[in-house]
Write a protein that binds this ligand. Sequence first.
Ligand SMILES: Cc1ncc(C[n+]2csc(CCOP(=O)(O)OP(=O)(O)O)c2C)c(N)n1
Length: 525
Amino acid sequence: MNSNMTRTKALIEQMALQGVKEWVVCPGSRNATFIKSLARCQSLDIHYHFEERSAGYFAIGRILQSDRPVAVVTTSGTAVANLFPAVIEAHHQELPLVVVSADRPESYRGSGAPQSMNQIQIFGEYAGETIEWGEAVQDLKLNLRHPNHVNVCFAEPLVDGEPEVSQIGPVKDFHLSQQVDDSARAEKDLGHLGSKPLIILSAVLPKYREALMELLRETQLPIYIECGSQLKPLEAEWGHALQSGEFALRHLYEVGFFDSIVRIGGVPTVRFWRDLEDLQLPVVHFSSTQFKGLSYETALYSLPTIFEAGPTYALKTWKHPDAELIKKQDCALYELKQKAINDKPNSELALLQNWLRLLSGSKNQVYVGNSLPIRELDLLDWNRVSVDTSIFTQRGMNGIDGSVSLGAGLAVPSKNTWCVLGDLTTLYDLSGFWSIKQRPELPLNYVVINNGGGKIFSRIYDDPNFENRHGLMFESLAQMWGLTYCLVRSLEDFKNLSGTQNLIEICPDNRQSKELWQTLKVIAK
Ligand SMILES: Cc1ncc(C[n+]2csc(CCOP(=O)(O)OP(=O)(O)O)c2C)c(N)n1
């Protein structure tokens, strides 16, 4: 029988063969052999966390940044269950999150013994079949287009020898990618769309960005680009990229400028995407995941299918009859929007617009959280910041959980990372700040838009019970975690920024924000 230490070593080595270079360790006793062994692996990157929910989202941030699988190892019991939200998020973004859960021996299951429960298939359909790492050393087969769950039972004594892993061979190179689908059928489906399609561009994997830029430079179709697409047109390059932002899409539809959609990338954020459920416009997807993000019948193809001759030709040669008119209308809406924002200088949108202007250099990256921040960025001139500024989002489940951690996971030494989050979103993941304590040298800023609760709901319901209103301020939070604090109530306050790791609390004038939303609604009528 192999010792606990030998089985642990074998699993770490097998994971490295599949491309796992980074581990997030959430220590307990049951996973003691991992803690001992991983500490000896010089060629692996190890992070430590005490809270599994945050650790899971931190790992997602690392996956998005590194384009590689990342493992989280936990002790037994509820520790494993706390990874559920991150597993669901990774499932919907098709990210290779690998959960390794230590377990008590099988005979304990259902006995009610401390920290023992049935961990097999705990994540249901979201992590495929649980891989049971048994007594004999096996070949490990992960499916890296999905989250994976590996469960390892350990009998006592848990640490039954010296850690055997001192060196792991070269970790396998790994890049996320997709297969090509039937391109002739995709070309045919494009042909069946209406005569005036709109392209909606959402998140795309880094490996496809360049080729997609190339293709879209030549299309004559109007393109709505989401801030999280990671693609930025240079102004002169893409004449057909809409500038006016998400608030104008419904208007452009209603005046008859498009009658169908070509979606490229992840499931879009834009409000108009939800409107499609009523409008039932025909859609052809070139998707980065298996998800359509719509409940009605539409045609779905993998993203690389768009680069096959048929679909590429169709998109490059399609003449949109209203191309020039759209451009004119889009410019007019853009000007009206800018004027409305400038008229309310202390509104949430105007303050965010000023923050965007701080990103003029090339050494920045942004993570934008759900609720209003992502909608607001989509409305602003995010595409005018430097072309090198990547914008990341968390669009699998549109959750407000785990965002502090995910942003910390994205941080790198070579770029200034900015995480733009709502106040409740920040409060949701307070333990997420633990991750930055381990990496105090990384340039990282949390921009917390404190509008006193879940203000997105005030745009839908006239009822404060939805909002969890509060009067909390974030200065003492910054102090607790050693972040430099800066309070922003007006444009001038941005001048007070300093420090390597900052918490910038933006307190907008809620009355101005509300009036601005009303004005924008009128403009887009
Ligand atoms: C995990 C999770 N719980 C609840 C929700 C529902 N929800 C959507 S937005 C929101 C409020 C967010 O408030 P805040 O972070 O302050 O941002 P704001 O709305 O003010 O922009 C809530 C609770 C969700 N999306 N995800």
